[in-house]
Design a binder for this molecule. Structure first.
Ligand SMILES: [Zn+2]
Length: 173
């Protein structure tokens, strides 16, 4: 009888102990690369570092808040989005069509290279506008999208895959 009661106490104690430790253990931060349209976008890592897929810097997954638009939805997005700035973050040469290969340039886009933006050039941009960010393969644009949202921009959209994935000629210059 005493043995049974003791056993019961042990079971209850171990049960509640487990409950407490689960509640108080700190939530683990999940790290991820900034989405660029390839399969590693959905990967989650335990610590900071570099993505094994795209080589981009890993950041707290929860801090990635910009949206993405796919190349096939681009035309619809451009037509339906009011107060839009289209931002090309490639080099001046690529923007002007001298890239090798030349992936083309979007109509009505403004060129500010990523190097300038990362040095503080983003401060000249209008926070009230929706900013579509693009480059060739969505690595630079994804980095800039993250930079902008980290600095108070709320409406930032990254062109997933970049110009190299855009098949629609009507959106090009
Ligand atoms: Zn990645």
């Amino acid at each position: 009888m005493i043995y049974k009661a003791l056993l019961l106490v042990v079971i209850i104690c171990s049960g509640s102990k487990k409950g407490i430790s689960q509640k108080t253990s700190p939530k683990k931060i999940q790290y991820a690369c900034s989405p660029c349209g390839i399969s590693c976008d959905n990967k989650v890592f335990d610590g900071p570092g570099q993505c094994t897929g795209c080589k981009m810097k890993l950041v707290d997954k929860k801090s990635i808040i910009h949206r993405s638009v796919s190349p096939s939805d681009l035309s619809r997005f451009l037509k339906s989005t009011k107060n839009l700035m289209v931002l090309d973050v490639r080099t001046k040469g690529e923007f002007e069509g001298h890239g090798e290969p030349d992936f083309g340039t979007l109509k009505n886009s403004v060129n500010i290279p990523i190097d300038d933006l990362e040095k503080g050039g983003y401060k000249s941009l209008d926070k009230n506008k929706t900013i579509l960010v693009y480059c060739s393969h969505s690595h630079r644009s994804s980095r800039v999208s993250y930079l902008l949202t980290q600095n108070g921009f709320k409406n930032v959209v990254n062109l997933s895959g970049g110009m190299s994935e855009v098949r629609d000629q009507s959106v090009r210059k």
